[in-house]
Every structure is written in structure tokens, then in C-alpha cells.
Design a binder for this molecule. Structure first.
Ligand code: PMT
Length: 429
């Protein structure tokens, strides 16, 4: 016979069980759990189980050395999916296994990550299934190092970690301080599985931080026609703006890209040519937007008269073009910006970077300006990388060293999401 207490507790247990059953924050997320060969590999079993219980579809990939520590059977049982080990293994379809897995992943988590796999990732070596799959994937890669403290502190490992940290897509989950398996004490213990799980969840869920927000982004350099064949242009390739638009779209924003460069994306792209075209399109969309990000290099001047015929060579040595001022799109929109809108401008400077950028920040009534020194070779215009200083209207200042434009864009999305959430929380006046 059940006592009263027993029946109460079994009800509670049932409710608890159903809450646990329905708790699946990582539902619809495919995570590749890469396991490399260190003693912390045994913790990958807990991790696999936790990720699965949080709703993720987990596929384990073991390096040959990882198999010295745990078996594929443990991981396939815990993930409820086959565990993968063979670089040249057979899949159900025609695609090689590393490509198949690479395409599946929303996130690749390598835990534990030994000095060896970190070195391979940093240098692009792909001599096993895990390293090949990472190279073939476009997914974010989170790396949880675990090794002897001397191995971690070795300049080679530190350099490799630096390379990964500064590479778009990669994130290091720092190891902890403590006693490691060999008895040495120091930094090198793999982060606790709970904290790895929290980092994974934060990374996968943070991507929706701009969900429901309309973000208008400009990209590329305007072209101001002189005649039917010539124009005044600049060196902007549109890469920064496109990276910005991709990053915002990845976080769930309703993105509109106004670009001088044609690009095929799932979000709307309005292709424009001149500053006036860009002004017209941006002005038409601005009112309905939560944020405007102007990465475009807009020509400040255009030819006063556009010749309808190709201008011919003349006897004279000189050709004088008369220019007239273009509208300053940001300046105009900064004046009509509502309190619930955020405007981020970019400043391309060849001298007095900070003072020129901060003047533009104030004059154009921006919330943030991203200043880049365009005299530094190999970054800025046309390059995949940039190094910038972000200035905020609130006095904030942040230096981002050279990194891929997409990584800069991801960081700006973090800042934008924070600003928009502050606006949402602010009392309505
Ligand atoms: O396109 P990429 O090759 O990736 O290169 C990226 C970049 C170097 C173009 C980018 O990082 C950058 O610096 N963009 C801003 C270039 C620029 O025009 O800066 P500016 O200091 O002249 O203008 C300041 C701000 O006012 C910019 O946000 C600009 O879009 C805006 N502006 C400028 C002139 C104008 N008539 N109207 C504007 O709205």
C-alpha cells in the first residue's frame, strides 16, 4: 500500500520526468563531438549524453588515438547514433564521410582537444576523419583543450591556439587550473562538462539574438558615372558589408542589403550604383528598420554633368571634370533617427584615425563608428581581413586586432544585439 508521502513524491517525480523530457533547448541542432586522444576522452561520454539529453542530434567522431581511451561503442550508445572513426569509411550515400558529416553540423565541438589536434587545425593538416571534417565544414568549431600544463604553455601550442582564436568560426573553451592526470598541477585540465555544455548552448542559442529585428546594411563602393563607359569609384569590394549582412542574418535578423556588388543570398539584396541610388533605397527602408549599418564607401562627389556620349580624346593635354557634392546619407538619417533605432557608421581614414572618426560619430549622430586605417597594407579595402577601433557614442572604445571581416561582423552583431536589448528594456517615456 502507498503512503500519502509516497504518492506525492511519485507525482512530483512524474512531473519532473516530463519536464526533463520536454527540456530540449538544443533541439534541431546537429553537433559533431570530436574526441581526440587524451585521458579526458572519458569525459566525452558525459558530454555526449548531456548534449543528447538537451535535445541535440550528436554524432561522435573519434581520432585513432581517442580509441585508445574510449570505445566507439560507448559513444554510439550514448549519442544513439553511429560513432565515426575511419577516414575512408563508407556512408549510406555516395558522399565521402568527412564531407557528409561536415555538411550536417551546426557546430563542431572538439573535447578533449589535444595539442596534436590543435596543431593540425591551426596548420590545416587533415590526416584523419576529424581534422578532414573540420577543414571541410563551414560550421562553428569549439575547442576544449586538455593536456599537460607544460604542453599547453609550450610556445608552439600557444601560437596554435592564438591562430585558432583569431580565425573566424573558432572558439576556445579555456582549460581549467588543477591537477591533471599525470599528477602535474597547472592549467590544462579540460573545462568542466557543464561549462562546456553552457558554452555550446550559449553559442548555438546566441545566434537568434537579432531575431525579429530589421537590419539595413550597405555594402560596396558607389560608382559615379562620367560618361557611358567611365565612372569615379573607389576600392571597396563589398566584403565587409556582405559579412555584416551574413552575420546578422545568421542571428535571425530580417536583413536588407543595399549593395553596389551583386551577391546571391536568401535575404533581399538591392543592387545600386550611385550615391544617389543608395540614398533613395536606404531612405525608403530606414523608417521600418531597427538598425542601419553603413559599411559602404559612398563617393562624396560626383561629376556635375554626365556626358551622354563617350568623351573623346582632344588636342588638349587636360580634361577638367567639374564635381558636385553628393548627399551624405548617414548625416541625413542621423538627423531623423528615432530613439529606438541604432545607426552604425564606418570611417575609412588615412590620418588622424581616432579624432576624425570621433568627429564623424558626433556630427552624424551615430551610436557607434567603426574606424579603420586604410593606409595599413593588406587590410581594409578588398581584403578578407581588417583591424578596427570601435567607438561608441557613450564613450566606449574597443580595439579589434587584425581578424577576418566576418569575425568583426560577428562582434558588431553582439554589440548591436546588446544595444537593441537595452532599448527594449528602457522605460517608455
Ligand atoms: O568593402 P570592403 O572592400 O570590404 O572594404 C571595407 C571598407 C574599407 C569600405 C569599410 O571598412 C569602410 O571603412 N567603410 C566606410 C568607408 C567610407 O566611406 O568612410 P567615410 O569616412 O568616408 O564615411 C563615413 C560614414 O559615412 C560611412 O559609414 C559612409 O558609409 C557614410 N557616408 C559617407 C559619405 C556619404 N556621402 N554618405 C555616407 O553615408
Amino acid at each position: 500500500m502507498k503512503s500519502k508521502g509516497q504518492s506525492r513524491s511519485s507525482k512530483k517525480e512524474k512531473r519532473h520526468a516530463s519536464e526533463i523530457e520536454n527540456f530540449a533547448p538544443l533541439e534541431n541542432k546537429t553537433i559533431i563531438l570530436g574526441v581526440s586522444g587524451g585521458i579526458a576522452a572519458y569525459k566525452a561520454c558525459d558530454l555526449a549524453s548531456m548534449l543528447r539529453r538537451n535535445g541535440a542530434d550528436v554524432h561522435a567522431v573519434l581520432t585513432p588515438n581517442a580509441r585508445e581511451f574510449i570505445t566507439p561503442l560507448s559513444l554510439s550508445t550514448l549519442t544513439r547514433n553511429p560513432a565515426h572513426c575511419e577516414q575512408y569509411g563508407q556512408t549510406e550515400n555516395w558522399r565521402p564521410e568527412h564531407i557528409d558529416l561536415a555538411k550536417k553540423a551546426d557546430l563542431i565541438l572538439i573535447a578533449p582537444a589535444t595539442a596534436d589536434i590543435i596543431a593540425k587545425l591551426a596548420s590545416g593538416i587533415c590526416d584523419d576523419l576529424l581534422s578532414s571534417m573540420v577543414l571541410a565544414s563551414q560550421a562553428r568549431v569549439m575547442v576544449a583543450p586538455a593536456m599537460n600544463p607544460n604542453m599547453l604553455n609550450h610556445p608552439a601550442t600557444q601560437r596554435n591556439l592564438d591562430i585558432l582564436e583569431n580565425r573566424f568560426r573558432y572558439e576556445i573553451i579555456p582549460p581549467e587550473f588543477g591537477e591533471v592526470a599525470c599528477g602535474d598541477v597547472g592549467s590544462g585540465k579540460m573545462a568542466a562538462v557543464e561549462s562546456i555544455l553552457a558554452s555550446v548552448a550559449a553559442r548555438l542559442l546566441v545566434h537568434r539574438t537579432l531575431s525579429g529585428k530589421r537590419v539595413l546594411i550597405t555594402a560596396g563602393g558607389t560608382r559615379e558615372p562620367i560618361d557611358p563607359v567611365r565612372f569615379i569609384g573607389n576600392r571597396s569590394s563589398g566584403k565587409m558589408g556582405i559579412a555584416m549582412a551574413d552575420a546578422a542574418a545568421g542571428r535571425g535578423a530580417d536583413v536588407m542589403l543595399v549593395s553596389t556588388v551583386e551577391v546571391n543570398r536568401s535575404y533581399p539584396v538591392y543592387v545600386v550604383e550611385t550615391a544617389q541610388d543608395m540614398q533613395e533605397t536606404v531612405e525608403a527602408e530606414f523608417d521600418g528598420c531597427d538598425a542601419l549599418i553603413m559599411t559602404a564607401a559612398v563617393a562624396d562627389f560626383r561629376p556635375l554633368r554626365v556626358s551622354s556620349q563617350k568623351i573623346k580624346k582632344t588636342e588638349s593635354e587636360d580634361l577638367v571634370l567639374e564635381l558636385t557634392k553628393n548627399p551624405d546619407i548617414l548625416d541625413l538619417l542621423g538627423r531623423v533617427k528615432r530613439n529606438d533605432q541604432i545607426i552604425i557608421g564606418f570611417a575609412a581614414e588615412s590620418e588622424a584615425l581616432l579624432s576624425n572618426a570621433s568627429q564623424k560619430l558626433k556630427r552624424k549622430n551615430l551610436d557607434m563608428i567603426v574606424a579603420n586605417d586604410i593606409t595599413v597594407p593588406d587590410i581594409g579595402f578588398g581584403s578578407d581581413d581588417n583591424a578596427v577601433i570601435i567607438l561608441g557614442a557613450d564613450g566606449a572604445r574597443e580595439n579589434l586586432p587584425r581578424m577576418p571581416k566576418r569575425a568583426i561582423a560577428e562582434h558588431l552583431c553582439d554589440l548591436l544585439a546588446e544595444k537593441l536589448s537595452e532599448i527594449e528594456k528602457a522605460p517608455v517615456s
